[in-house]
Design a protein around this ligand. Sequence first.
Ligand SMILES: Cc1cc2nc3c(=O)[nH]c(=O)nc-3n(C[C@H](O)[C@H](O)[C@H](O)COP(=O)(O)OP(=O)(O)OC[C@H]3O[C@@H](n4cnc5c(N)ncnc54)[C@H](O)[C@@H]3O)c2cc1C
Length: 530
Amino acid sequence: MSAIVKSDYLVIGSGIAGLTFALKVAEHGTVNIITKKAADISNTSRAQGGIASVTKPSDNVEKHIQDTLIAGAGLCHRDAVEMVLSEGPQRIKDLVEWGVHFTKTRSGEFDLAREGGHSENRILHAADMTGAEIQRALLEQMRQHPNIKLFENHMAVDLITEHHVLGNLQSAFNICFGAYVLCREDNCVTPFQANYTIIATGGASKVFLHATNPDVATGDGVAMAYRAGVRIANMEFVQFHPTALYNPGKPSFLISEALRGHGGRLINGKGERFMPEYDERAELAPRDIVARAIDAEMKKNREDCVFLDMTHLDGKELKKRFPNIFKHCKEEMHLDITKKPIPVVPAAHYFCGGIMTSLSGQTSMQNLFAVGEAAHTGLHGANRLASNSLLEAVVYSHNTAMKVMRKRSRNFGSVIIPPWDETGIVDEQEWVLIKHNQKEIQNIMWDYVGIVRSEKQLNRARRRLNLIYQELETYYKKAKISAELVELRNLSAIAFLIVTSALRRHESRGLHYMTDYPDKNDKYLKDTIL
Ligand SMILES: Cc1cc2nc3c(=O)[nH]c(=O)nc-3n(C[C@H](O)[C@H](O)[C@H](O)COP(=O)(O)OP(=O)(O)OC[C@H]3O[C@@H](n4cnc5c(N)ncnc54)[C@H](O)[C@@H]3O)c2cc1C
C-alpha cells in the first residue's frame, strides 16, 4: 500500500474506546480503524474485574462520585467525574444493546461485585472475563458495519500535522490531518488522511519491567501526541496492580482484585495476614495502599512475592466465579487456588495521565481527539478507582462522537501530504545493540521510578534515560523504520515524560509516592502539564 488512504474518521486503536467511537460515528461517515496487531489484542481484552456503574436502587451516583473523589486524592476534575458517573448507566445500556452479556443472578438482575475503594457492590462483570466479552461484542458489531474498515497489523508512527503537509494552508495552524501508518507485513508507511483523528491507543505499562498489559501497550499515542506538541498531563500517576501472578519467566497474568472483594486474604511467606496492619480497610483498601504494603512486606521479609489466600472460601463457588483464574493457575502452575495460596507481586497496570482532553475528547490540537486510557480526562485524579476505566472509555467515546458529528469540517484547500521518506539503512549489528535499550529502559523504570520513588532515584533515572534517548534519536534518523524501533522510541519518550513529571511533584499523593516528601502538599494540588 502506498497511495493515501482517506476516510472521514481515523481511529487509532481497537479496544473499547476506539470501537465505541467508531460504532457511534459510522452512521455519519466513513471510518478507518488501524490496530497494531490482531484487533482483539488490547488492554480491554484483559480486563477481568468489570465495569463500575450505578444500576441498583440502593446505590446512587453521588456515592459513586464520592468513592471516585476519595481515591483521586484531590486531583479529580469534578466535572469529568460527574459526567462519567451520571452518564454511565446509559452507556451500560449501549453495551448490552451491542450484545455484551454481563453475568446475572438467578433472579435476572446484574450480579454486582465489590472492589477496593467502592462503598457498594456496583461492578458489572462477565464472570472474570469482562473485557474479553466486551471486546468480542464490539468487534462483532464493528465487522457488520459497512462504513467501518479495519486494518490489522497497521501501526501509527506519527501524526500528520501542518508541518508535514504542502499546499495552501495559511489558515491552518496546530492541526491534525491523520497519521503516517506502518504496515507490519510489508514494512511500508502510508499516509492515512482524515477529517478527524482519534487516538485510542491505550496505556503504556510496558515501559516497566513487570506489567499486567499486553505487549502492544507501549504508549504510542501519547508519545506521538507529545512529539506533535500536544499537551500531556499527570504522567507521574501510574497505577501498580497489587496482585499479578508471580510466575517468573512467563507472560504476566492478573489476579483480579475481585478475589480480594470475594474474601481473599493477603499473607506473607510465614503465612501471616498483614494488610490490617497497614490500613483499616485491609485487603479492600485502594490499590496504591495495597501495592505499597505488599512492596514493604516483601522488602521487610526479603521475599520475592506474597500470597493471596482463598483456601478458607467455598471452593465450588470460587471455581464458578473465577473460572479463568482457576484454569490459568491450574494449567500454568499446577496450582489449585481452592487448596493453596496464590503467589502474587505488584505490576504496572494503568496510566491515569495521558493526552489532555476536554469533556468531549478534544486535545490541544485541532481535529485531534483522544479517548480511553491514552487520554487524561481528569476522572481519575491521582489514583483510579477500580473498574472506572472501562466506563470512562465508553462515556468519553460516546461524547467525543457526539461532538465531532456536530462539527462541520473545515476546508483547508489543497492539502498535499507528502509520502513517507523510505530511505534509511538496515544495520543489523547496530540494531542488536540498540534493541538492548528496551530492557534497560524497563529495568531503570522498575528500579528507580516504581511504586516508591525518591529524588535521587529519579535523577539517576533521568541521566541514564537521556543517554538512551540520544542514542535512539541518532539511530532513528538514519535507520529504516520498523515496528520494534518505533515502539522503542515511544517507550523512551514515555519514560522521559514520567520521570520529568515525577520530578516536578514534591509531595506524595495518590499513586505518586516520594520518600523525600512523604506527605501531601497542597502547593501541588494541580495537574502536571507537559
Ligand atoms: C489485566 C488488566 C485488567 C484490567 N481490568 C480492568 C477492569 O476490571 N475494569 C476496568 O475498568 N479496567 C480494567 N483494566 C483497564 C482497562 O482494561 C483499560 O484501561 C481499557 O481497556 C483501555 O481501553 P482502550 O480502548 O483505551 O485501550 P486498549 O484496550 O488497550 O486498546 C488499545 C488499542 O490500540 C492499539 N494500538 C496501540 N498503539 C497503536 C499504534 N501505534 N497504532 C495502531 N494501534 C495501536 C492496540 O493494539 C489496541 O488495539 C484492566 C487492564 C488490564 C491490563
